[in-house]
Design a protein around this ligand. Sequence first.
Ligand code: F6P
Length: 551
Amino acid sequence: MTESTLVQTSAWRALVAHYQANRAIHLRDLFAQDAMRGKQLTAQAAGLYLDYSKQRVTAETLRLLAQLARERGLRAKIDAMFRGDKINATENRAVLHIALRAPRAEKIFVDGVNVVAQVHAVLDKMAAFAERVRDGEWTGYTGKRIRNVLNIGIGGSDLGPVMAYEALKYYSARDLTFRFISNVDGADFIEATRDLAADETLFIISSKTFTTLETMTNARTARAWFLARARDENAIAKHFVAVSTNTDAVRQFGIDPAHMFEFWDWVGGRYSMDSAIGLSTMLAIGPENFRALLAGFHALDEHFRTAPFEQNLPVLMGLLGVWNNNFLDAQTVAVLPYAQYLKRFPAYLQQLTMESNGKHVTLAGESISTYQTGPIYWGEPGTNGQHSFYQLIHQGTKLIPCDFIGFANPLDSLGDHHDILMSNIFAQAEALAFGKTIAQVEAEGVPAWLAPHRAFMGNRPSSVILADKLTPTTLGALIALYEHSVFTQGALWDIDSFDQWGVELGKVLAKKIIPELESVAAPALRHDSSTNALIQRYRQMRGRADTDSDE
Ligand code: F6P
C-alpha cells in the first residue's frame, strides 16, 4: 500500500468533501439538532465509558471514518498482529504485547514456539521473587530485608514502571520505597540513593537491549556505589537483578542469569510495562494485583479484536484522532487525567504515541507528503492544568482536542474533594464545546469593549473517559485502549508504528562527541562550525585543553 492509496481511497475523498461541506457547523448546532447525542455518541468496554459526543463529528463523519478503516484493511491488520505476523517490517519482528496478558491456556506461536507458555513461566518466576522480597524472606548481604527498590532504565524500561507505580501507589506495599533512575545526569542517581542503606537496597537493571548508554552508565555507577559499601563482589547477587532480552550482556555485567527476568524481541520497549519490565510494579502491588492489571489489558485486547468498529473503543478513538489530526488540522492532543495518581500518565503516553507514530515514510518507504502522521501528545493532571495552560485551549488560536480521564469513585475519600474534582472535568468539557458568545456575555452586563475578551468561541473537541475506580484492572484497560488506538492510526497512515529509527542518529553522534569532551589532549573537531564552537566552549569552561578545529 502506498501513500497515494490513503488520500485516494474513496472514503478519504468523501471525508474531504464532507469536511468542506460541514466545517462551519458548531457543536452547539449538533447538540441542538439531536437531544440524544450525549447518550448516543458513547461506547463502553472493559469498565471504560467513552463519551465522544463533544467531538466535531456527525453520524456521517463516523460512517465515513469506519469506511476508511475498512478500506485500509484495519480488520486484517488487527488479525495479523494477534496472529503473531511480523508486522514490524523494518525490524522483521512480530508485535505481540497482547501475548503478555493472554491467559495461560491460550497459544500464540512465533517461529514455532508458543510464546504464551514462555510469558507465564516468567510471570511465575517474577511472582515467586516478588513474594520473597515482599515477605522479607529475600535478604541483603547483612541479613536485613530489602526496603528499597531502585529501577534503573530509560524510555520504555522506565516510563511504564514509574507511571504504573504512581498510578497504583494506593495498592502498593508501603514498607518498601520505590525509586526510578533514568537520566544519565548524575543528579538522578545521587538524589535517588543519597539516603539509602546499601544492605537494604535492590537494584533492578531494566533494559531490553542491555546496551543503552544511559542505563548502562547508571548500572555501572550503581555497582560501584554498592561495592563501595558492601566491599564484597559476592554480595551483588542479593542486590542486583536484571530484566532484559540479552542474556549474554547481563552475564557480562556480572548478574547471574538465574536472577534475570526475560522478555523477547517481539515486545516493543514502549509496549513492555506488562512484561518483566513490570517487575518493580509487581514488587509494589503484589503478584495478584499484577495479574489483575494483565486481566484489564486482556479484556480490552479482546474487545479490540472482536468488537465492530462502530462500538470499538480503541478504533473509535483512533479514528477520531485521525479526523482531528488530518481534517481539523489539530497538531496536538492534550491528555488530562483528573486523578493525581495518574500524574505520570501523559509522560508515559508521549513515548507510546510519539515514538510509535512519529514517522515520515510509509511501510514501503515512500515519503509522506500529502497527510500528517502522529500528533504531539502532552498533558498534566487536572485540575492543575486549568490554572496554567487551559487559557490557550479555551481562547487561543490553536485547536487542541482533549482527552479527559476521570473516575466515579475515589480511592481515598476526603470530604467533598472528589465531587469538586469531577465537577471540573464535566465543566471543562462543557465549556470547551459550547463556549459563551459575545451576545451572552453582553447580556450579563459586560461592556461591549470587554465582551470579546470574555467570550469563548467553543466548538473545541474533547472526549471523556470515565471509569468506576482506579484499580489495576482499569489501569490495564486504559493503557491497552491507548495502545490500540495508536495501532489503529498507524494502520490508517500505513506506517511502521513499532520501530524507532529516529532515536539512532543522536545516539551515534553522542558516542563520537563523548571522547571529544573527555580527552585530555586537544581533540581534532570535524563537525559543523556551531557544534565545534559549542564543544570548544564547553572544554574551556571545564578547564580542558583547547581544541583543534577546522576554523
Ligand atoms: O529511546 C529509544 C529506546 O530504544 C526506546 O524505544 C526504549 O524504550 C529505550 O530506548 C530503552 O531501551 P532499552 O530497554 O533497550 O534500554
